[in-house]
Design a protein around this ligand. Structure first.
Ligand SMILES: [Zn+2]
Length: 152
């Protein structure tokens, strides 16, 4: 591992503590969604993404790093995996993820419909989207767990 990567890895590890579930909880600054933020090359990036790239490998274009443990502030590489953003439209995804969820005032899906969406297997996103009158990409996010993490 090149020196710069070791240095970055040490910086990351210095800013987290392990909890009883084995999560490496980020103790540095977090965004409003609970994701840890870290400065790399003068850019603010999400700590769990940095951890993934350092310890696991490059994140393929258009993929997001998800948590097995459902803990946004966790940076344990063993708890991270990459998942597809269904429409690859990352910008829309980032903007959209703040808007959904009960209590945001703009929620179109409630907890019950999220459960139903997740139980529908083998049906095209487009068809489910038509049923719930939302965009196919939103159904994708619900399915992948990027939105509505609180619903098991
Ligand atoms: Zn974890």
């Amino acid at each position: 591992m090149p020196a710069r990567r070791i240095e970055l890895s040490e910086r990351l590890l210095a800013k987290c503590h392990e909890n009883e579930r084995g999560c490496w909880i980020w103790t540095g600054c977090r965004d409003k969604n609970g994701y840890g933020g870290v400065q790399v090359n003068r850019q603010k990036v999400r700590a769990h993404r940095v951890s993934y790239e350092l310890h696991v490998g490059p994140i393929p274009q258009g993929m997001v790093v998800c948590h097995h443990c459902d803990t946004p502030s966790c940076i344990n590489p063993a708890h991270l995996f990459v998942g597809a953003v269904q429409d690859n439209n990352l910008d829309k995804f980032r903007k959209g993820r703040h808007s959904y969820g009960e209590g945001h005032g703009r929620a179109k899906l409630d907890v019950e419909s999220v459960k139903v969406i997740r139980s529908l297997k083998g049906i095209r996103l487009r068809d489910i989207a038509a049923i719930f009158d939302v965009s196919p990409s939103m159904i994708g996010y619900v399915r992948s767990g990027e939105n509505w993490r609180c619903v098991a």
